[in-house]
Design a protein around this ligand. Structure first.
Ligand SMILES: Cc1cc2nc3c(=O)[nH]c(=O)nc-3n(C[C@H](O)[C@H](O)[C@H](O)COP(=O)(O)OP(=O)(O)OC[C@H]3O[C@@H](n4cnc5c(N)ncnc54)[C@H](O)[C@@H]3O)c2cc1C
Length: 415
């Protein structure tokens, strides 16, 4: 596109990172995402022969999955500057929102595992770092059939009642925990994941306040998977249920025992511990990129399509529409970049900022994609143009990682 990116003062390293990610986004992520989106059966997306794995393999060959993991085990934490990382993630969103989420969710359990002192657990992170084939894939399993938004509100005072207790129970027996229950079909990478960070109930009488997280491999006896979820948008993103029936894990897989959960809750009562800031910072980044891609599709089409004897770009109404879209996209990029840099420099982030950045970026992606579809006229409704896919992908993002409404209501407690 002809307009400049206001980041004219990027360092050479940042520019190189952005250019590399842009090539990957445009040459691999975008076309593979479009092809995967068209598959009628979502099981075919997960199939070992599908184009999904080309995306995973290239991402890992580029070493992008190593960001955030300690250098001591082969990761790149501290050696890729945060702003470069932001620019990479924004470009991945530009390529395909759903695939971008799949790639980032794949690293979820290993971010914790890489910090473990335990050789077995740290070994999972090492295996992930060394895996360029896409065999080792993580997921973040939190949502349950009866508990979706409840998790977003989990830190709130009234959520400590038994009726809010998650269904997936972890019962301590000696040095082990026994897991029973299920996670819902919304778990990203659910049917392809080899490992999970899994949210469980330790004490149902404490409702949402009695929960912890464990990290575990998903090939243990008693674990099974559901069908790949068939859905409206982000169809390239694999999702599916995970079931747990008398699954035995050693206590070292549990990140916090009940006593620690209680102490932590006491110490952080009313404090923003960033439970929702981290994931929403990532969502804002990705969907600022999606919004940007929708704008560019609108501009591209407006300059190609001739009606009234001129490219429709020459009509004042289209120019005005595009400039309104441009304003929103620039605002979403600025906000999500600012929030990202705060979050990487302050461990807990700021929930009101992160959630607002997520809601703003996802709603911008949706509104801009809708306007870009209008600019496409009838063509915008066809599978010949990717704007209808971008619109569907953006629509899902307003529910993903917490509905924007629940996130905003919850973060309002920290104003
Ligand atoms: C693309 C995508 C990817 C996802 N990836 C993952 C993942 O990787 N892992 C995972 O565990 N989950 C994932 N999810 C699940 C997601 O986090 C949930 O869908 C979301 O939290 C909403 O839960 P729900 O769908 O059960 O809706 P519900 O909680 O049933 O909400 C329905 C409606 O009621 C409103 N509502 C609910 N409770 C309240 C309240 N207390 N106050 C006011 N309004 C309320 C909501 O805003 C919403 O409009 C994903 C979802 C999507 C769409």
């Amino acid at each position: 596109m002809a307009y400049v990116d206001l980041d004219y003062d990027l360092t050479e390293e940042q520019k190189a990172a952005q250019d590399m990610a842009k090539r990957f986004a445009l040459e691999v992520v975008r076309p593979k995402g479009i092809a995967l989106d068209k598959l009628a059966d979502p099981a075919d997306v997960a199939d070992k022969g599908s184009e999904l794995w080309d995306v995973f393999r290239t991402y890992r060959e580029l070493g992008l999955h190593k960001r955030g993991l300690p250098q001591a085990i082969g990761g790149l934490a501290g050696s890729v500057d945060p702003y470069s990382s932001y620019l990479i993630n924004e470009q991945l969103g530009y390529g395909d929102g759903g695939l971008s989420i799949s790639l980032s969710a794949a690293g979820s359990p290993f971010a914790y595992a890489g910090l473990s002192e335990d050789p077995e657990i740290r070994g999972w992170a090492e295996d992930y770092i060394n895996d360029t084939s896409g065999e080792i894939v993580g997921c973040w399993a939190i949502t349950e059939p009866d508990h979706g938004s409840d998790w977003v509100h989990s830190g709130e005072e009234n959520m400590g009642q038994e009726k809010f207790a998650p269904q997936l129970r972890a019962v301590k027996k000696g040095n082990e925990y026994i897991l029973n229950g299920q996670k819902s079909a919304w778990v990203s990478n659910g049917t392809i994941a080899s490992h999970a960070s899994l949210h469980v109930s330790l004490d149902p009488s404490m409702g949402m306040h009695g929960t912890s997280v464990c990290i575990l491999p998903l090939d243990l006896p008693g674990i099974s998977k559901g069908k790949a979820l068939n859905k409206h948008g982000q169809r390239a993103l694999n999702q599916g249920e995970i079931f747990f029936e008398d699954v035995v894990i050693p206590e070292k897989y549990m990140m916090m025992d009940l006593a620690t959960v209680k102490d932590l809750r006491q110490a952080t009562m009313g404090v923003d511990v960033g439970f929702i800031a981290g994931p929403n910072t990532g969502m804002a980044t990705t969907f600022a990129g999606v919004a940007w891609s929708a704008l560019d599709e609108g501009i591209r089409y407006a300059k190609e399509r001739i009606q009234g004897g001129v490219p429709i770009f020459e009509h004042q109404s289209i120019k005005l529409k595009l400039m309104r879209m441009f304003q929103l996209v620039e605002a979403a990029k600025s906000f999500s970049r600012r929030n990202f840099m705060y979050t990487v420099n302050h461990t807990t982030g700021s929930s009101p900022h992160a959630v607002s950045a997520k809601a703003f970026a996802t709603e911008t992606a949706f509104n801009v994609a809708s306007e870009a579809m209008q600019i496409h006229g009838g063509n915008g409704l066809t599978k010949e143009y990717c704007i209808e896919k971008i619109l569907r992908d953006a629509r899902a993002s307003m529910i993903e990682d917490g509905t924007n409404e629940s996130l905003l209501i919850s973060a309002a407690g920290f104003l």
